[in-house]
Design a protein around this ligand. Sequence first.
Ligand code: MG
Length: 264
Amino acid sequence: MSYCRFQHQGATLYGLIEGDGDQPTITRTLTRAPQSFSDFDRGEKSELPLSAVRLLAPAEPGKIVCIGRNYREHAKELDHPIPTEPLIFLKPPSSLIGPEDAIRRPAELSQRVDYEGELGVVIGRRCYCLRESDDVKPYIVGYTCVNDVTARDLQNKDGQWTRAKGFDTFCPVGPVVAEGLDPWKGVRVQSRVNGELRQNGTTADFLFPLDVLVRFISQVMTLEPGDVIATGTPAGVGPLKAGDVVEVTVEGVGTLRNPVVDRE
Ligand code: MG
């Protein structure tokens, strides 16, 4: 099962999506973000075909917490040491865009803007200082695709990553939030540029499993409903240029597709 956030006839709503194949339909809607899929039981009934609506990023995060170097092969390709504890950084909510929205390259400031396909985790319940014995699953409403777009040259130059990771449009998220994934067992994460496969990893290769990541972040900051965690990218990152189309596919979620332009 999955849900989306969408615009239709002037309204912005969350919608439960049912039915596979060619004709997925929004069957229930909510005006506020669900904290779990069962919230849709109280939603308005609907019969909107998914194809009739404009999809937005499926979360409204107060913060986007990202994990750096959570796959051994990616750390190696950037010539970075393997971390001994999770490395976290933030992307601002102003970097968020939805499916089909354009990634705008700041070509005058960066000569190297990379895609990073990642499994995204959407928080459903507030949590802070989780203990080793706490199960993290009740705090997760579902999973999505994230593209942690990065100005690689500025990341190397600045030391701090805020600028490299924080440009407007540098955080495509979507197209939906899905339940039923098992990142501990392994979920395939792929990226394609103009249809060509560039990244093909599995979350089974995480250096730090998802429960360790959520507990680690929660020692630092309160995770609020709607917050998004980007869990790190597998090997195969590379540059984007104007005119490219980049797709991030997470098994069990779908494909997040965004065109690339140079900003004016
Ligand atoms: Mg990343």
